[in-house]
Design a protein around this ligand. Structure first.
Ligand code: IPE
Ligand code: IPE
Ligand code: MG
Length: 252
């Protein structure tokens, strides 16, 4: 880790949890008349840079949307290339995660991933499980509606077993049935490539996240772009339903 990490002061307003919809790899490649896969390769480089930068800045949780349940509809060759890239990334970054005290976790329907990818993923998760510097959450084969439905099914089973009463089901309890169990919600949600949509990402968890949509394509989103997003976040007034005056009082 470099000794002069960033020009950003460490502040209590630094987002504790950042979630990113990493979009635009295909357009990045198209602009250069390259194959989409080249865009994904360059996007993987942005992942490396952004993970490192978040760790340096002191972000505690980084959740990256890497592959959605809807992305299974893409051409087979693209899915295969993405899976191969993911496997390569996990292998090449394991050492860096260990050195920088980063814990890896995966959220999504992991059982749908190819077995060799699952194996490397599970090895890396196990190898980094005691790290506490930052949690890197990879959303893989992730779909928020599926996550919520699965949680509802598990809650229903617990009610059926008699372990829960319907009246026990509160938002707090329900959160404990999601893949993000035990994690605070994202403070900042970033989407690259300019499209203003959520694409089935963390629908429950972003109820009060600050949303930042930015034009650069994901392969062009590097440290300075991240710092800009954080600067923007730090200008936001998060009121959580209260009046601005109430909020100001509660902060003094
Ligand atoms: C994001 O880039 C990566 C994945 C969804 C896997 P895209 O591949 O969606 O890039 P665009 O949106 O086509 O430019
Ligand atoms: C969202 O990007 C999913 C990921 C970044 C992994 P998409 O490119 O799949 O989203 P849509 O299809 O444009 O909504
Ligand atoms: Mg896209």
């Amino acid at each position: 880790m470099s000794s002069n990490p960033t020009s950003l002061p460490k502040s209590k307003e630094l987002p504790h949890h950042i979630a990113i919809i990493m979009d635009g790899n295909g357009r990045w490649a198209k602009k250069r008349a390259l194959n989409r896969i080249k865009g994904h390769q360059e996007g993987a480089e942005s992942v490396r840079v952004i993970v490192r930068a978040c760790r340096e800045i002191g972000v505690k949780i980084l959740t990256l949307y890497a592959f959605s349940t809807e992305n299974w509809r893409r051409p087979q060759y693209e899915i295969k290339s993405l899976m191969a890239l993911l496997k390569r990334f996990l292998k090449s970054e394991r050492q860096e995660m260990l050195e920088n005290n980063i814990r890896l976790n995966a959220i999504g329907q992991i059982e749908r991933l190819p077995e060799d990818v699952q194996a490397v993923l599970n090895e890396t998760i196990a190898a980094t499980q005691h790290n506490r510097g930052m949690l890197l959450n990879l959303a893989l084969s992730y779909g928020s509606r599926d996550e919520i439905v699965e949680a509802a099914q598990k809650v229903a089973l617990d009610v059926q077993k008699g372990a829960l009463e319907p009246g026990d089901i509160t938002p707090g309890l329900f959160s404990e049935y999601l893949y993000t169990k035990g994690m605070p919600d994202p403070d900042l949600l970033i989407r690259t490539s300019g499209e203003i949509r959520i694409s089935n990402f963390l629908l429950w968890q972003i109820a009060y996240s600050e949303i930042y949509v930015t034009d650069p394509l994901w392969p062009d989103f590097r440290k300075e772009a991240l710092l800009e997003a954080i600067r923007d976040y730090r200008t936001r007034e998060r009121r959580f339903g209260m009046t601005g005056e109430q909020k100001a009082k509660s902060c003094t």
